[in-house]
Design a protein around this ligand. Structure first.
Ligand code: GDD
Ligand code: MN
Length: 361
């Protein structure tokens, strides 16, 4: 017994065919099912079409209202209303071959604790070759950056099955397209099983994937990294911000000299744009999930901790190179030790004081 959840937006031209084929497959495999079509109020005649289909098939339309239009949230709405424990999610556009449904739920019969993914990249899987190089490149990069989060070769897949008892729907915080990845990372599954599928390009309608979705994906990934790797994810992000601040520092250092300042003065000037850059970027990216605090006060605290951090940095360099002969011969190592200790100090001060008041991820 399976609940099939199908999110739709402008898929009026695809659902009849989908329901027809799925029904035949399920009858063939002697599987009982219900299909929930979760539609984000598409401006087409999906309501009439599903009403017609509901006369002959176990199909139901869910049209949520109130929340923002979102593929992942639609899937969550569908799972919430599922009558059966086994839930399978698939696209409406026939990209996911319905004849694979029985094979995708099969591993759950022997071990219901798995999360099963219809995968294009596992042995035997494929996608239509007429993908543009751009789409391929995008999909490849998107897949690679998600790999550390799961053992799945196709973490982007929108074709998957699982036991809904193993997910706490209220703990999910998806945004955008990658609800499968969200479930893999936050669900209580014993692992991911993959079933090879042949992904087909849609024949009717158009993809809703766009730049806004890709941006949402990056935000979504950040959340999942924070959830899985906690403070380590923040530390790495903080380090990357620091590296970009270093570039700002150097640019202003030369710029100030170019307009006529002495190099010592230039050094003192360039600190300010760099530290402000770091503060702002940490505010809107590294610690974006945290509560916003008044800007001026927070900037000031950040400057103070950065100055202390710089003293730590410089002090360590000074002590090591003047007291320890080894470091005097290898000054670069002393410099790195100084930067490392200052980074740990800065990060600790930032995470505990400057950007405190953590929210859940
Ligand atoms: N309810 C709802 N709300 N459904 C939506 C929305 C939305 O905002 N946006 C898209 N959908 C539905 C579509 O109608 C379709 O049934 C399914 O979600 C997938 O959307 P497509 O627009 O066809 O996406 P795609 O083909 O570019 O992406 C598919 O392949 C990717 C891998 O290449 C999806 O399966 C992705 O999840 C997958 O990563
Ligand atoms: Mn599609």
């Amino acid at each position: 017994m399976i609940t099939i959840v199908v999110p739709t937006y402008r898929e009026a031209g695809n659902v009849s065919k989908l329901v027809d084929v799925v029904d035949a497959v399920m009858k063939d495999a002697k599987l009982e099912y219900e299909m929930l079509i979760v539609d984000d109020n598409s401006p087409d005649d999906i309501v009439e079409i599903v009403a017609g289909l509901a006369n002959s098939f176990p199909v139901r339309l869910i049209q949520p209202n109130g929340r923002e239009k979102d593929l992942s949230l639609s899937v969550v709405d569908g799972v919430r209303e599922a009558r059966f424990e086994t839930v399978l999610v698939m696209d409406a556009d026939l990209s996911h071959p319905p004849e694979m449904i029985p094979k995708i739920v099969k591993p759950l019969e022997t071990d219901g604790s798995r999360f099963v993914v219809g995968s294009r990249y596992t042995n035997g899987g494929s996608f239509d070759r007429d993908w543009s190089l751009w789409r391929f490149f995008n999909s490849y990069i998107a897949t690679m950056i998600a790999r550390p989060l799961t053992e799945c070769t196709d973490p982007m897949s929108g074709f998957f099955a699982f036991n809904r008892k193993l997910v706490d729907l209220d703990k999910l915080r998806p945004i955008g397209y990658k609800i499968g990845l969200e479930l893999m990372v936050r669900g209580e599954f014993s692992g991911v099983s993959e079933v090879a599928i042949q992904f087909k390009n849609r024949k009717v309608g158009t993809s809703k994937m766009n730049f806004a979705q890709q941006w949402k994906y990056l935000r979504h990934l950040r959340r999942l990294y924070l959830h899985r790797f906690k403070g380590w994810a923040e530390f790495v992000h903080y380090g990357a911000v620091g590296a970009s601040g270093f570039i700002v520092d150097v640019v202003f250092y030369y710029l100030s000299q170019f307009i006529g300042f002495e190099h010592q003065i230039a050094r003192a000037i360039s600190f300010w744009p760099a530290v402000s850059w770091n503060w702002a970027l940490n505010r809107v990216t590294t610690f974006s999930e945290r509560q916003r605090r008044p800007k001026a006060k927070q900037w000031f605290e950040f400057v103070v901790t950065s100055l202390i951090g710089f003293s730590v940095n410089w002090g360590i360099y000074f002590v090591l190179t003047s007291k320890v002969p080894f470091f005097d011969s290898y000054r670069l190592i002393a410099l790195i030790v100084g930067i490392g200790c200052a980074s740990i100090f800065n990060f600790t001060a930032s995470t505990l004081f400057v950007y405190n008041e953590k929210r859940a991820n």
